[in-house]
Design a protein around this ligand. Sequence first.
Ligand code: AMP
Ligand code: MG
Length: 468
Amino acid sequence: MFDNTYVRLPERFYARVQPSVAPDPHLLACNQDLIRDLSLQDFLGGDRQAAQFFSGNRLPDGAEPIALAYAGHQFGQFVPQLGDGRAALLGEVIGRDERRYDIQLKGSGQTPFSRNGDGKSALGPVIREYLLSEAMHALGVPTTRAVAAVRTGDVVQRERPLPGGVFTRAAASHIRVGTFEFFAARNDQEALRALAGYAIERHYPDVGNDDYVGFFDRVLERQAALIAHWMDVGFIHGVMNTDNTSIAGETLDYGPCAFMDEFRFDKVFSSIDHGRRYAYGNQARIAHWNLARLAECLLLLHEDQPAFEAVLERFPARFDELYRQRMAGKLGLSDARPDDAVLIKLWLDHLQANTLDYTLSFRRLADSLAAEALGQFGDFGLRWRQRLAEQAADPERVRQKMNAVNPIFIPRNHQIERAIEAAINDDLGVFHDLIAVLKHPFKDQPEYSQYAEPPAPSERVERTFCGT
Ligand code: AMP
Ligand code: MG
């Protein structure tokens, strides 16, 4: 069932690894729909066997586990060697959609790239990534996916001793901007050319095999669309280093990420982001910066700086356009005009000034169309009604269109923390509730209404930590 191509690239692209043994693996969650879509069902024969596979204890036929080499800019500083320090790529499968997916175990032990790390993962990051990545998928945001979560029976030492876990992830690939940087830093043009050719064939097959500017243009387009979508749903990635920037344009690495409750342009959750580099409202600027790092690598293959600069310069305007389209849709506008940027800003200023919940405010705004209750939205309310009047649509239709793109349920940080704390104590109730409810983020699910609510003051969780 595996069809591995990355391992056929030159040996300096990776290190072969052996996942470490989990003493007593138990399946915590298993994504049956995805397993079917990836044609992985042969993998499984009951929960016990699945736990053996998804902990790395047993390798499925055809798996060739490797840890990938990459570098990266972390908080603006270049680190020439990072690599998979706690992950093993088992191999690639072709899904029912005929696309190729990486199947990776995360938290399966040390690799030659582990540096001082133990190569393991605590249960918390496993549960966080499972819930967040599946929620993103259900919201329509390009992302790596959650295949399974297991508890290993190990104890891992973090700020306190914690149960260990392994997360199984499916991704379009694990090629990052940092993978290009790894070879560029070594001035290894041959490897860069092989990597670029591979990435083009795998992700942008309609781009010419040595059309590096065309490739760059497509990567940039996907990043612009991705960040616009993050902003749409109120997502803060938290660690947008170049090693976490996927060439395929997927959300990659759910470390200290979070969805915001009340709206703030400069909202930060990550405990290590002291300079607010990766704040909510800074994400497009950072993506642009990361893309400049990719262009620098590609320049080693094709010395046409003006051509790369011309593409790079398009990013801010392209992002603004994609963002405006998304936000206009959330506000019920049937088209997005350049001057709608003013209306969008007025709305967000209103949310920030009144510490309003980002997600639920869009639903309340839509519901106000039925209730004729206007006053609550201040200056914005009047301007918005005028703008809607210009498109002469039936208010009930507008309300339905808004509710189709504005979620009720997001993976709220305090609920994620609740799910983790309970799971550490062997209670998977909240985890499984959240898996179920977040599958249908736009649908009213009265039985789960508590999960739609923002945290009470005593429930607020303001800080998130990396999985390290
Ligand atoms: P991240 O913060 O997840 O993007 O990871 C940054 C780098 O640190 C990557 O090279 C990871 O593989 C490595 N790393 C993070 N946690 C561990 C760990 N527990 N053991 C070994 N390496 C780790
Ligand atoms: Mg990472």
